[in-house]
Design a protein around this ligand. Structure first.
Ligand SMILES: [Zn+2]
Length: 110
């Protein structure tokens, strides 16, 4: 190149790159809380509607969840207790398998 180390001006950006960039920006989601545009990967997926993202970005979702947990400590603890209750059998089975595996590995080593 003849110009050497001259800084690139905006005109130097090829048209096709700009089209790609605009398409990419069009795919960004706007978080209603922080107002930032972010790629879909920065939004959590909705469990009730597969293929759809939650409206708030991950950062805002975490902040909202934490604030909710702090304000509703009792409800949050209750929900956790219910979750543990529901999954007690599964957790027990998982621990049992883990113990059996460790035992087998211990015997193999001995
Ligand atoms: Zn946000």
């Amino acid at each position: 190149m003849a110009q050497g180390n001259e800084p690139q001006t905006e005109e130097a950006v090829p048209q096709v790159d700009r089209e790609v960039a605009e398409r990419w920006i069009g795919a960004l989601h706007r978080c209603p809380r922080c107002g930032k545009r972010k790629p879909p990967a920065e939004f959590y997926a909705r469990q009730d509607r597969p293929g759809r993202e939650r409206p708030h970005c991950c950062d805002c979702h975490k902040a909202i969840s934490l604030a909710w947990q702090r304000e509703n400590r009792d409800l949050h603890n209750e929900a956790n207790a219910r979750y543990r209750d529901r999954n007690r059998d599964r957790d027990r089975e998982r621990s049992r398998r883990r113990r059996a595996k460790l035992k087998r590995e211990g015997e193999a080593r001995a």
